[in-house]
Design a protein around this ligand. Structure first.
Ligand code: MF3
Ligand code: CO
Ligand code: CO
Length: 336
């Protein structure tokens, strides 16, 4: 097989492509310019037998059961621990992000950090997912598979960490700068972090879930940013994903009422352009349809009697608390 490499001087859009196809550059290789290309995925890594595994770990098959939406205090205690473990692993993984590092190296690091903390990296073999963390670079919205691609200065990368420990999952993600990034990319990351916290602050018992999407979408609109619709927040607990869906845009049909003891994630994916997505042939990697960059943050939250408790937040977390100073009348309850 011959691998053609892109020349250093590129044709104009309407000129013939450099690859010899005879087609116009804009109809041939131009759309790939500056886009993330899939690399090589290394063999599956193993988890020591001493670590408790979720039911899908060996088969890759996820069999759903009817898990109560409202968790007992005892389960909440375990979820708080799983959340804290995931938050710490995410912070450490984010601190390791450097230009030149491959996303496979990030996977190895996250895999080992999970194991050292006696947790199973939840993504591994979840519906056949081949790796222990999702690494989503630039225009990749979510579920990017760690591979041989090296991170480049100016990239942005979302790391989505989920740890299974004590029979429950803790799920959290954040978007990190690779080296120095430009102002537009930084503004996207900042606005996305603001979006998640607007969503978190909309969590209140007695209110419908749609309040969360409304708060997120309003803030994205203010910055003229897109809100991805195809991927949503989810109920979580003993199962990675339960049937509660948390939309990140407003839809009156997202009408389930929040109740104390409910646990779910809020994980807005915000883009510089369209809300629409495309899927790579690997059937995991979701990218923006227009190739614009996209960022995401995720927290796992508990609805309390008075507001919200961020189970993946707190001092050790990447985005552990609200970036806003709030009037006391709208204060939520954080226990950490
Ligand atoms: N952690 C992701 C979420 O927030 C799910 C990843 S599923 C995987 O829901 F299979 F891709 F790992
Ligand atoms: Co996640
Ligand atoms: Co999630």
């Amino acid at each position: 097989m011959t691998i053609l490499t892109q020349p250093s001087i590129l044709p104009s859009a309407n000129d013939v492509c450099w690859c010899g196809s005879g087609r116009k550059y804009k109809r041939c290789h131009k759309p790939l310019e500056g886009r993330v290309q899939p690399g090589k995925v290394s063999p599956r890594r193993s988890v020591p037998a001493s670590i408790a595994r979720p039911p899908y770990a060996d088969t890759g098959e996820v069999v759903r059961w009817n898990e109560p939406a409202i968790k007992s205090p005892e389960i909440i205690t375990r979820m708080r621990h799983a959340g804290a473990v995931a938050a710490e692993v995410l912070r450490l993984a984010g601190e390791a992000v450097k230009p030149g590092m491959t996303t496979d190296e990030i996977d190895i690091y996250v895999h080992d950090l999970c194991i050292e903390r006696n947790s199973y990296p939840s993504p591994l073999n979840y519906m056949g997912y081949p790796k222990s963390v999702c690494t989503s670079v630039n225009e990749v919205i979510c579920h990017g598979i760690p591979d041989s691609r090296k991170l480049e200065e100016g990239d942005i990368v979302n790391l989505d960490v989920t740890c299974y420990i004590g029979g429950v999952h803790g799920d959290t993600n954040a978007t990190f700068a690779v080296g120095k990034i430009d102002a537009q990319n930084q503004a996207l990351i900042d606005a996305t972090e603001e979006c998640i916290w607007h969503g978190i602050e909309a969590v209140k018992p007695g209110r419908p879930l749609s309040d969360i999407g409304r708060a997120i979408e309003d803030h994205a609109n203010l910055h003229k940013l897109g809100v991805v619709r195809a991927f949503v927040g989810h109920g979580i607990g003993e199962q990675f994903h339960t049937d509660i869906q948390v939309l990140h845009y407003y839809d009156s049909r997202n009408s389930v009422v929040m109740r104390p003891g409910m646990t779910f994630t809020i994980e807005p994916m915000i883009t510089l352009g369209t809300w629409q997505h495309k899927m790579w042939d690997d059937e995991w990697t979701a990218v923006t349809a227009d190739g614009t960059r996209t960022a995401q943050f995720e927290h796992m939250v508990l609805v309390t009697e008075t507001g919200v408790d961020v189970l993946t937040g707190g001092p050790g977390a990447v985005s552990g608390k609200s970036p806003f100073t709030k009037p006391s009348s709208t204060k939520s309850s954080f226990t950490r």
